[in-house]
Design a protein around this ligand. Structure first.
Ligand SMILES: [Zn+2]
Length: 262
């Protein structure tokens, strides 16, 4: 009897090790790295080693020439998009799973670095030039990030299918959203800009923005330990960063579920 039980345990052990083993290994290495080397400027993550530095979380790097980033196949995107390799692999698993359910996922936007975010921000800064500086910043911040404060810098966040909440309220868009709400978390993707309940601050509701939390939460942890308002500069209106509480209310203005993610 003992032998039978032992054999059964071994089978269970082997089975559990094979299930999603890649994702588990990645997450464990990320955790170990952040805990043990958080005092240093550079944190090494998994293979191929991606360094977390202040410049990385602030978007000041060239993802197009970074071997840990990859160009998304155009059949999965509506424009040229780059993501972190590992994030893309998991995204492709999610695409396959959604496809079985008749749902098509297309990336509208992925990684954006400081320069690209600065272009978006300054275009809007000019557009709202009749407003006082603080109101001008708050208006842009309804849906767009200040450079150096965007999760899109990290290669972990994607905008899916449409940049209009109304698209997801009926028909095909509703089916996409319902599928994502039900299944995306199983792949590590979470909607971070939910309704502003549970005292969520910051950006308005974005049904299209999904974040790969196994990595993104580690970057946020690093960000909160190492980045201060003075690190956010180099664009029109950067002086408003402190007044709008960019780090407290926006960088950390994510859903409770995302904050609680471990
Ligand atoms: Zn987004």
């Amino acid at each position: 009897m003992k032998l039978i039980l032992l054999a059964f345990s071994c089978v269970l052990f082997v089975f559990s090790c094979n299930t999603n083993d890649k994702k588990i290994i990645d997450t464990k290495i990320v955790e170990a790295s952040v805990d043990t080397i958080i005092q240093d400027t550079i944190i090494q993550l998994k293979n191929p080693h991606l360094s977390i530095t202040k410049d990385f979380v602030l978007g000041k790097f060239d993802y197009k020439n970074d071997t840990t980033f990859v160009k998304v196949d155009t059949k999965h995107s509506l424009k040229v998009v780059y993501l972190q390799n590992e994030v893309y692999k998991v995204f492709l698993d999610m695409v396959d799973s959604a496809k079985v359910a008749g749902v098509e996922l297309k990336i509208v936007s992925g990684t954006r670095n400081f320069k690209e975010q600065k272009a978006i921000w300054e275009r809007k800064w000019k557009k709202y030039n009749t407003l006082e500086p603080l109101q001008r910043a708050l208006k842009i911040l309804e849906y767009s990030s200040m450079p150096s404060s965007s999760r899109h810098h990290w290669g972990t966040d994607i905008d899916l299918n449409s940049l209009n909440n109304s698209y997801f309220n009926s028909g095909k868009g509703l089916r996409v959203y319902e599928w994502l709400i039900t299944h995306a978390n199983d792949f590590g993707f979470y909607q971070v800009y939910t309704e502003k309940d549970n005292n969520r601050t910051g950006y308005n509701l974005e049904k299209w923005h999904w974040s790969y939390l196994p990595f993104a939460n580690k970057y946020l942890e690093f960000y909160n330990k190492r980045i201060i308002n003075d690190d956010i500069n180099g664009f029109d209106g950067f002086e408003q960063a402190q007044k709008v509480k960019i780090i407290k209310d926006y960088v950390n203005g994510i859903s409770k579920k995302a904050k609680d993610y471990k």
